[in-house]
Design a protein around this ligand. Structure first.
Ligand code: FMN
Length: 249
């Protein structure tokens, strides 16, 4: 009579099957959603991926990625990014056409458009204030001060308002790139697109104060993560002032 696997000291039959599957894939199977990469590892491992598998994101992953994206900080906590999560085949095709036909836009199961509302500081900021009061992060005095100062600060920015909003949107996009990497996905920041065409695709053709910050496909990498390298720190990091290369004796 054959002994059960656990008495005979053999591997569990399912484990054998799992190991066979594992052997077929070049990488160990890791449940990234349950066991994400730590931040330094995700930062070091992240690469711009230009070829994606068509596989959809698993259940719940998109929601998690969106929540980690909007956890980003923003000037005055304005949260002035306007994020369009493009998933339909038609919209992705139109977006790809607006992005010099870069195929990753349609290959990936989802492509994010990070737009930025330069006039967000002029809107009614009550929801932002109420939330910060409710969490206890801001006092009533802070809210009263911000209510006065934010509109005037934003107005004196003049043409820089667009740039300030784009900064916030890019910080959010960076959160997405690193969150995605830590959860086992791949991304690519994208600047290669025609702004007016992207705006037309997302329904912002008549919104002159809405800027496009970047596009970002998110999915599973279908190519290796190849590191193009970084210059020595002495090239672009300085101590105290430009001209003192960091690390120089
Ligand atoms: C703001 C930004 C825009 C980019 N736009 C594009 C793009 O439109 N198309 C593309 O193939 N790569 C694009 N890239 C990817 C860069 O080429 C890539 O980040 C760079 O070569 C460094 O490689 P790494 O991201 O793997 O470290 C962009 C990267 C950044 C940060």
């Amino acid at each position: 009579m054959a002994l059960p696997w656990y008495v005979a000291g053999a591997a569990h039959p399912r484990r054998t099957l799992l190991l066979k599957g594992f052997a077929m894939s070049s990488k160990p199977i890791r449940d990234f959603l349950a066991n994400p990469l730590d931040v330094p590892t995700a930062i070091r491992q992240r690469r711009s991926i230009k070829i994606f598998k068509p596989n959809p994101l698993p259940e719940g992953a998109l929601q998690q990625l969106i929540e980690l994206t909007v956890a980003a900080p923003s000037s005055w906590n304005l949260q002035d990014w306007r994020i369009v999560v493009v998933q339909s085949a038609e919209q992705k095709a139109a977006l790809q056409a607006a992005a010099f036909n870069q195929p990753m836009v349609t290959q990936a199961p989802v492509t994010f458009v990070f737009a930025a509302d330069a006039l967000a500081g002029n809107a009614d900021l009550t929801p932002i204030f109420e939330q910060a009061l409710a969490t206890g992060a801001w006092s009533q005095a802070t809210v009263d001060y911000f209510r006065n100062v934010i509109p005037s600060f934003q107005t004196q920015l003049g043409p820089l308002r667009r740039e300030y909003a784009v900064k916030d949107a890019m910080i959010a996009a960076t959160h997405l790139a690193l969150a995605a990497e830590s959860l086992g996905f791949a991304t690519c920041f994208m600047n290669g697109w025609i702004e007016e065409r992207v705006k037309a695709v997302i329904g912002a053709a008549d919104a002159p104060d809405l800027a496009i910050a970047c596009l970002m496909p998110v999915g599973y990498a279908a190519e290796p993560r190849r590191d193009p390298g970084r210059l020595p720190l002495s090239f672009n990091v300085f101590t105290d002032r430009l001209g003192n290369p960091y690390g120089a004796a």
